[in-house]
Design a protein around this ligand. Structure first.
Ligand code: ZN
Length: 113
C-alpha cells in the first residue's frame, strides 16, 4: 500500500515540476525560443555525463531541438553556428543550472533532489 502511495505521489510531483519548468520559460523552447505546445523536458547535462539530478538540470525543449541536441553536451551543441543561437538564452540556462538549488519542490521525493 505504501508503495502505491509513493508512486502516485512521485508521479504528481513530477507533473508539477514539469509544469513549473515550462511556465518558467513561458512555454517556449529554452534553446530556440519557439512556442510549442509539445515541449519535452531535456537534460541540460546528461546524467551519464555527470549532470545533476535536479529540476535545474531540466529545460523545456521543442522536438526539433531535442532531437538535434541528442546526447551532446550543451556547450558542444549550442554554438553560434546554430541559426537560433542566442547568448542570452544560453546564459540563462547555464546560470539556472549552476544556481544553488532552490526551494522548489519542497519535498524529499526521489528523482528531484
Ligand atoms: Zn527549440
Amino acid at each position: 500500500m505504501q508503495q502505491i502511495f509513493d508512486f502516485v505521489r512521485h508521479k504528481s510531483v513530477k507533473a508539477k515540476v514539469k509544469e513549473t519548468i515550462k511556465s518558467e520559460f513561458n512555454h517556449c523552447c529554452a534553446y530556440c525560443g519557439s512556442k510549442s505546445k509539445r515541449l519535452t523536458l531535456d537534460h541540460v547535462v546528461a546524467s551519464s555525463q555527470g549532470g545533476i539530478n535536479s529540476w535545474l538540470n531540466l529545460v523545456p525543449a521543442c522536438a526539433k531541438c531535442n532531437s538535434s541536441k541528442g546526447s551532446k553536451n550543451l556547450t558542444d551543441w549550442y554554438t553560434v553556428s546554430l541559426p537560433y543561437y542566442s547568448n542570452e538564452r544560453l546564459q540563462r540556462i547555464l546560470n539556472r543550472y549552476s544556481a544553488k538549488q532552490g526551494t522548489f519542490p519542497p519535498n524529499r521525493s526521489k528523482g528531484f533532489a
